[in-house]
Design a protein around this ligand. Structure first.
Ligand code: ACO
Length: 209
């Protein structure tokens, strides 16, 4: 009922495999819980703090309510809660949130990818697909992201798809148990020549599958 939801994005091929993006679903519980629990050390320094222990928050039984909450926000047009797959296997999430229409037509985007497939272009490809979707079917004008200055890998991902730095947000978000400064980066639709994926392909970072 909202433009751009639900959506299947890709495929795009990168070093890690064939990347596709699709809506979250109830049967993601086991894969989500297994990866989020195993990869705690890889994820926790960069993720918003939550109630309770990491393991209880990521228990398989936590997924149904999380997933139905995300889907409800998606049906209202507020979010695009998507899963990243590599060769058909769940390996992370890419979420667009705070979708605002009217004269702003803006949202934020965030993502994580399992440690197993890190450093193989998966997040870059998923973010490019997500941006093209936001600027195309969803009809947004601006997408922003916030990232800790210490998160060099995520800053490389953002830079490689064309995000610009706009400033530093002082003690912006409760991450890993403390208020953390974040860099604010953004991209507007007019800054994209063709599509973001096209640009990755031209740069030799990805191929159409
Ligand atoms: N220093 C500098 N650059 C680095 C480092 C490092 N320590 N580690 C990796 N990189 C670079 C890589 O070289 C690559 O850039 P390049 O293509 O120019 O060489 C880039 O970071 C990684 O690109 P991908 O392979 O596409 O990314 P990947 O699939 O490995 O996912 C991600 C990166 C999402 C940051 C992953 O490591 C992850 O999930 N981390 C934990 C959670 C997280 O940080 N999420 C992002 C929060 S911020 C946000 O959502 C806006």
């Amino acid at each position: 009922s909202h433009p751009g939801w639900p959506a299947k994005l890709g495929p795009v091929r990168v070093a890690g495999g064939t990347v596709t993006v699709r809506p979250v679903r109830m049967r993601d519980a086991a894969a989500w819980s297994r990866i989020r629990t195993a990869d705690r050390a890889h994820l926790e320094p960069w993720e918003p703090s939550g109630e309770g222990s990491w393991n209880s928050r990521h228990h398989i039984s936590s997924w149904p309510s999380l997933c139905s909450g995300l889907k409800s926000e998606a049906r209202k047009g507020h979010m695009l809660p998507l899963v990243i797959e590599v060769d058909g296997e769940f390996c992370g999430q890419i979420t667009t949130g705070n979708i605002v229409r009217g004269a702003l037509r803006s949202a934020w985007i965030g993502y994580w990818v399992s440690k197993e497939v890190n450093g193989k272009g998966v997040a870059t490809a998923a973010l490019a697909l997500g941006l093209d979707h936001c600027f195309g079917p969803v009809g947004l004008h601006r997408v922003e992201a916030t990232v800790r200055p210490e998160n060099l890998a995520s800053q490389a991902v953002l830079r490689n798809v064309g995000f610009r730095e706009e400033g530093l947000l002082y003690k912006y978000l409760d991450v890993d148990g403390e208020w953390r400064d974040h860099k604010l980066v953004a991209i507007t639709s007019g800054e994209v020549q063709g599509t973001v994926v096209d640009r990755l392909v031209r740069a030799g970072r990805a191929a159409w599958a």
